[in-house]
Design a protein around this ligand. Structure first.
Ligand code: CA
Ligand code: CA
Length: 356
């Protein structure tokens, strides 16, 4: 959070009185708001640009030392400030108790400057708090409230970083969901929560399963994840956060490629020349091996095929820039289906065609 400047007289509002204070101190250090030691035009500008701003009120109640088991950090900075660090007080109260004098205030004091300072908030009970910060000495900065309540989680700690698993390793991720059939089964079975990162995923049954007597069946499924939504990612033609089962991509050049899965997982493929062939080696343990057709003149791959241990394969062709798109899915025995992104004029989103 950043505390707005402009309150020359320290009454938690920027108004006429601050203009008068600045004018009265003009040419002296008396109403120096930006910390350069003199009151001048920049103070006038500051007051005018923040004119009408009002700080939030003070919490009701007494300050008490917290004795909880959890911690959080809060990033605080002072706006329009060129001077040294200033003492700032950060106060917390459980949401809803802001005006209740019987609920204690938890207070922390820190030295804060113009650049964001991480203020440790220690020994807090788990809960959801309204947070307000203000200068320890009234003046210049308004009392400011954090834009959303601060959650201090119980149970010790923060969620792990979300690392999506590649398709071949998805089963190892601990998730919370409900069974597909039996007690508790039903539409909510598509809800999955990753127990390490807290990321929510929605993985409904495939929309389309087309049997293919001589090759791999066509399975088209959609997938939503808060991880993708947070990154602003959307598969072509989908709303943000949504991908589909054929949304596999390769990215890179002749020096290396990254395989990107629909759920945001990524694996690095390293080129290696063996005899007359270019292999693309995945990380240790991955159950596939890539073979690439190089286009030396253009500095890219024409085509890359990833062969799995069960005999199936994914084929990617060059799309544009550093991008390669999934163009063909092989089943065991060499039968395949093609995947094309239909031109927008057709009104089709994807076209799937098999050779059976
Ligand atoms: Ca004022
Ligand atoms: Ca100044």
């Amino acid at each position: 959070m950043t505390l707005p400047n402009g309150d020359a007289n320290g009454d938690n509002v920027v108004d006429d009185a601050d203009l008068l204070t600045v004018l009265a101190g003009f040419g002296t250090p008396a109403a120096d708001l930006d910390g350069n030691g003199i009151t001048d035009d920049s103070e006038l500008l500051l007051v005018l640009s923040n004119f009408g701003l009002e700080g939030v009120p003070a919490f009701a109640g007494r300050v008490e030392t917290p004795s909880g088991a959890f911690s959080a950090t809060l990033s605080v900075s002072l706006s329009s400030w060129g001077g040294g660090a200033q003492l700032v007080k950060v106060q917390l109260k459980p949401v809803g108790s802001e005006d209740d004098p019987d609920v204690p205030i938890y207070e922390f004091t820190a030295e804060v400057g113009a650049t964001s300072e991480n203020v440790p908030l220690r020994n807090l009970p788990a809960g959801v708090y309204t947070v307000r910060a203000f200068p320890a000495t009234a003046g210049r900065w308004l009392r400011t409230e954090l834009s959303e309540p601060l959650t201090v989680p119980g149970g010790g700690g923060t969620p792990a970083v979300h690392i999506p698993a590649p398709a071949w390793a998805e089963e190892v991720i601990p998730t919370d969901t409900v069974p597909a059939v039996g007690l508790g089964g039903g539409p909510s079975r598509a809800h999955l929560v990753n127990l390490a990162s807290g990321v929510y995923e929605h993985a409904p049954e495939p929309d389309l399963v087309v049997s293919n007597p001589v090759g791999p069946e066509v399975r088209f499924a959609r997938f939503y994840s808060t991880h993708l939504a947070r990154q602003g990612y959307a598969a072509s033609g989908f709303p943000v956060g949504w991908a589909h089962s054929y949304d596999l991509r390769l990215e890179g050049d002749l020096n290396g490629l990254t395989l990107r899965y629909p759920n945001g997982a990524a694996e690095q493929l390293t080129p290696e020349q063996v005899g007359g062939q270019w292999l693309l080696k995945p990380p240790a343990g991955a159950p596939y091996l890539g073979i690439g057709a190089r286009n030396q003149a253009q500095g890219r791959w024409n085509r890359v095929r990833l062969h799995f241990q069960d005999g199936s394969a994914w084929e990617f062709v060059y799309a544009s820039g550093t991008q390669y798109r999934l163009s063909r899915v092989y089943g065991r025995g060499g039968a395949y289906h093609d995947i094309n992104s239909a031109p927008p004029s057709t009104g089709l989103f994807h076209e799937l065609r098999y050779d059976g």
